[in-house]
Design a protein around this ligand. Sequence first.
Ligand SMILES: [Zn+2]
Length: 353
Amino acid sequence: MRPIPLTELWLAPEATVEGLQRLLHRPAPPHALLIVGVEGVGKRTLARSLAAAWMCPNHTSAGHCNACAVCLLWSDEGQHPDLRTLQPDPDQIKIDAVRETRSWLGFAPTVAPCRFVILEEAHKLNPAAANALLKTLEEPPPYASFLLTAPATDWLLPTIRSRCRIVRLATLPVDGLASRLQARFGLEPEQAHRLAELAEGAPGHALRWAQGMATNVGREVNGELQALEALLALFAQLGHAPLEDALRLAEQFRELCKRLEASAPDRSARGALAMGLDYLLRWYRDSLAVELKGDSLRFQAYREPLLQLARRFPPAKRLQDLSQLIEARRAILRNANLQLITETLFIQLLSEP
Ligand SMILES: [Zn+2]
């Protein structure tokens, strides 16, 4: 995709946007910038927009001009002669890719005033590649800049992190995202709200689903949406299902996570299960929030089943479940046995305190 001017991105919070605009006023970009935030929040899109802005000699705080000789060289796929993008292949960024990029950086820019390297999912640099990158970050050519993306700062080596200026992206408030979706795609208010809620305020997911619905070609996109809706319907059973159902629910949970895996090409089996558990974590947080006055629920449409869960188990037990969930998520990302972890988890969730 071609880069989008900075002011047209759906970013939060407002302070981040203002900070980025101030950054664009500087004569040169920082040598390394790390963009962190959850999946779908817009890290990759922002990296491209920032690269385009700094490469454009006419840029303003609103972003690149989209009309000059440098801007016109962007391809529809988002390539540019003064940009390199490194991605995990398939689940690691390897040293060869970093070495090749280093020699590419040895040449001065072709048309832009600077050369950019975007490192997507920089936490997937393997140790050798991370060391090679570090050498370049220590002494970069004057015209070179790096844009790294990662879910959180502590997923990167401290030596790399400490050389980066950090930009944190937050999800949008669900209502705000819903009204933007409504305005752009002409969705019904309820439908827009539902997408925003399921996307948990991450514009990347919501935009993909809304586009899929609008063009009617996004079959796998809608598969993802359906899998998420089915997941929430499964969580809704936790307020009344008997303990004997634990293994069946665990199996259904794994099945639905498989569908999540199949719906995104760069999502691994473990990544999909971690994603499913993230939704379950939010469900439990909501079950704690639902009894408070002036609560702000992630899943507004599920107030009833959330209340049911809250009535079934006391808060202390649900807090314990939450820590169990966090532990299960960690274990899944650490190569533990998926079936065992999910079965133990669902038994715990349905057990009386
Ligand atoms: Zn331009």
